[in-house]
Ligand binder design. Structure first.
Ligand code: PBG
Length: 321
């Protein structure tokens, strides 16, 4: 059997490829922080910044020129609280973006409490401090999602991992006449060490004495069945798009879930730590980071992703070619 006959040149490799990357499938994360005087580089993620409200608009304009029009916004407020979170800073950025770019951009906004809460957890801490109050958290999260949808977000993306938050958000949106807002659920989000650089950018490291990490609400890497149940549940509660996160260490999960639920669109999130790992090796001269990123991106689509959230989205067009 002569298999190498079809590997002879670029033309044949292109024609026989089962995966073709395009910038159209990429979503670029954006961070905007309150009270910054100038945009700040995010450690470990070259060309990713904590933006000011003004630099955010400039960055999106540049990204549009690079063929990137889908975004996932993370707002980092200046004030932290315990409850009744004030999300007006992020809502104002959504409004400004949609006023400036309108339908030229598709704007998803991350819905979570970790950047807003004094303790850095993704939900409301019970008064005894040892656990997250699920019901109170869902109420807060639904209000946050409503505020973002009312500000003009095309999509709300809950990343908190509370039970029944998709239902809570969907119901509140519906009651307020927002049935066109897309809901992208971080349905299969694992408790992971790969979120390190993100937590610096989003100022969202857990810092509670009695509840030190997110293992009581995010999924365990040791439990595939929980990822399946969580994804089925979020679909049934009204999520439009489901997600696997992180990406690379969970390609098996992405493959299995997308086979299990082929009728759903699947997003993969190449998280900050995976992206930064490639960059770090590149900096040491140990690999070509651009080729490595494209290779990783290919794997997500081969495994079943229909869209990819990556810090390198804005370089996709350049690097793919
Ligand atoms: C907030 C949230 C996190 C990420 C997205 N939304 C971090 C976390 O759960 O601690 C991680 C994204 C990344 O690492 O790029 N809940």
């Amino acid at each position: 059997m002569n298999l190498r006959r079809l590997r002879q040149n670029r033309h044949l490799l292109d024609l026989t490829a089962s995966v073709t990357l395009t910038p159209k499938k990429f979503i670029q994360p954006l961070f905007v922080a309150e009270g910054l005087r100038e945009k700040q580089a995010v450690p470990g993620l070259p060309q990713v910044f904590q933006e000011t409200p003004a630099s955010l608009l400039k960055q999106v304009e540049q990204d549009l020129e690079q063929g990137i029009s889908k975004f996932l916004l993370f707002g980092v407020p200046g004030q932290k609280s315990e409850r009744n979170f004030d999300v007006s800073f992020t809502s104002n950025q959504i409004q400004a973006l949609k006023k400036t770019f309108g339908a030229d951009i598709w704007l998803a906004t991350d819905v979570c409490l970790c950047s807003h809460s004094v303790h850095g957890h993704c939900g409301v801490l019970h008064i005894d401090g040892t656990h997250i109050d699920n019901g109170a958290s869902v109420q807060e999260l639904a209000q946050v999602a409503l505020a973002y949808a009312q500000a003009g977000a095309d999509c709300v993306a809950p990343s908190d991992m509370m039970d029944a938050r998709v239902q809570g958000i969907r119901m509140l949106l519906q009651e307020n006449g927002l049935e066109r807002t897309v809901l992208m659920s971080y349905s299969s989000k694992f408790s992971s060490s790969f979120y390190g650089p993100f937590r610096v950018a989003a100022d969202s490291t857990p810092r509670s004495y009695a509840l030190k990490d997110r293992t009581s609400y995010q999924l365990s890497p040791y439990n595939y069945a929980d990822a399946l149940r969580s994804s089925l549940r979020d679909r049934d509660e009204g999520a439009d798009i489901l997600m696997v996160k992180p990406g690379m260490p969970y390609l098996d999960v992405l493959y299995r879930l997308s086979q299990e639920m082929p009728d759903m669109p699947w997003a993969a999130y190449e998280v900050s730590g995976e992206y930064a790992a490639v960059e770090a090796l590149g900096e040491k001269g140990l690999m070509n980071p651009q080729l490595a990123h494209v290779e990783a991106w290919t794997a997500f689509f081969r495994a079943g992703a229909s869209m990819l959230i990556s810090y390198g989205a804005r370089f996709a067009r350049e690097w793919i070619s």
